[in-house]
Design a protein around this ligand. Structure first.
Ligand code: NAD
Ligand code: UDP
Length: 405
């Protein structure tokens, strides 16, 4: 492989990267990229390897550069050893499907805050140990170790930390001004709904972890990058209920609508599908992550919005576009596919709430990394729905042909 150089023309040295939660949707695409285009080594930690099994195994040309550790980070002390042995840690592990935020708020908060603490903050974690076991030496040693060994962390936060836009609280005529809806890393407030709206448990836990990382940086010199993904979508996202996930599971919108299309049932529009989102193709997103990995001097100490402001649609428009694209992919008339309005309480249960609009301001990522998204929404949906159809249509046919009990 030719010597790769960073954005300043310096050679990129091969690194060992500990990817916690690296067996998921984003992790699987990042592993593919690292194996195919770099010399970096991936040390993947996850409770499942299903989405990266095609990269594992002795017979692979890159078998010496990727290893999988089946581990639940909640209760496995081996994690610390793996982090110490790596040059960079990327933390992706989380519960991040909105249907869980109001129905499993405790798991959501623990997974996105408490379980992340050993990964992001040795001092905070060891303060806990210090308090419990009264071993101050361990506390000091760990901070010293982190500082001396110059460990870097790339942590996956979320655009959801911004919550609702300022514009959503203003009369209609004010909402058109970008300053009331554009989300800026260093300016925008985080606006969540009341505690009873448990939807915000995820955003709140993620925000606490962001603040903990920032505090570790300010007080102890932690080298960090925080990534805020804006609805990254593509192949291998989540699961299709009843095929490779639980029958009553509710994945994120791409997989929900794919499932509806594969089963020829109406696409359910929560509260009329009026919320707006910007969708970014996973392959564009991974380019941005690789730039962060390879350019620590430009990425350290930064919080990056990573999204595609040009791909904004309402959820209703997304459903209509997916119907048009899927009709072509599956060779069926689009008139055979439809939408259905459902209330959020009926779909998600009590305590659901929603972000009204999410447009990333791109100033910081453009300035630091020169990254720009490329793939328009119709192209990314075409690629993704071809994948969904090829991967799942026969399995769905089998499921549908079984008599229901
Ligand atoms: P994902 O669910 O596909 O991946 C998360 C992975 O973490 C899964 O493979 C899961 O098994 C693993 N994991 C969870 N808890 C674990 C534990 N205790 N021990 C070991 N492994 C554990 O989700 P994703 O879309 O790949 O998201 C990755 C990260 O990016 C998450 O932190 C998420 O909050 C963030 N994010 C993603 C998006 C997006 O658009 N996909 C948007 C906002 C934020
Ligand atoms: N949504 C919908 N129908 C579905 C699934 C989701 O209308 O079958 C809506 C959901 O209410 C939200 C948007 O689609 O407004 C995006 O939901 P997703 O689960 O992808 O995550 P979010 O962007 O809210 O984090």
């Amino acid at each position: 492989m030719a010597q790769r150089v960073d954005l300043d023309g310096k050679p990129v040295a091969a690194m060992s990267i500990c990817m916690i939660g690296g067996g998921g949707f984003i992790g699987s695409h990042l592993c593919e990229k690292l194996m195919a285009e770099t010399s970096h080594k991936a040390v993947v930690v996850d409770v499942s390897s299903e989405k990266i099994n095609h990269l594992l195994g002795e017979s692979h040309p890159w078998s010496s550069r990727i290893e999988f550790h089946h581990m639940n980070i909640k209760n496995d002390s081996r994690l610390e050893t793996l982090i110490k042995a790596s040059d960079l840690t990327i933390n992706l592990a989380a519960i991040c499907t909105p249907a869980d935020y109001n129905t499993r708020p405790l798991d959501t908060i623990f997974s996105n805050f408490i379980d992340a603490i050993p990964v992001v903050s040795t001092s905070f974690f060891n303060c806990l140990i210090f308090n419990n076991l009264n071993t101050p030496i361990l506390h000091v040693m760990q901070i010293k170790y982190c500082t001396e060994n110059n460990k870097r962390l790339i942590h996956f936060s979320t655009c959801e930390v911004y919550g609702k836009t300022i514009g959503s609280f203003l009369p209609e005529e004010f909402r058109k001004d970008p300053k009331y809806y554009m989300l800026k890393e260093d300016v925008s407030p985080c606006i969540f709904g009341p505690v009873e709206k448990q939807r915000w448990s995820y955003a709140c836990a993620k925000q606490m972890t962001d603040r903990l990382i920032y505090a570790e940086h300010a007080e102890n010199g932690l080298k960090f990058t925080i990534v805020r993904p804006y609805n990254w979508i593509g192949p291998r996202m989540d699961f299709i209920p009843g095929v490779d996930g639980p029958c009553d599971g509710v994945p994120r919108v791409l997989a929900c609508f794919s499932n509806n299309l594969l089963r020829r049932e109406p696409l359910k529009l929560v509260d009329g599908g009026r919320s707006q989102r910007t969708f970014l193709y996973i392959k564009d997103a991974i380019e941005a992550v690789l730039l962060m990995i390879d350019n620590p001097e430009r990425a350290n100490g930064q919080i990056f919005n990573v999204g595609n402001p040009d791909n904004e649609v309402s959820v209703k428009e997304l459903a209509e576009l997916m119907i048009q694209v899927y009709a072509k992919v599956a060779g069926v008339p689009s008139s055979s596919l439809s939408t259905l309005d459902v209330s959020s309480e009926e779909f998600y249960g009590k305590g659901y709430d929603d972000s009204d609009r999410r447009i990333p301001d791109m100033t910081i990522i453009t300035r630091q990394l020169g990254w720009k998204p490329e793939t328009p929404l119709d192209k990314l949906l075409d690629d993704t729905l071809q994948y969904q159809h090829q991967t799942y249509s026969s399995a769905i046919k089998k499921v549908l042909s079984k008599p229901s009990n």
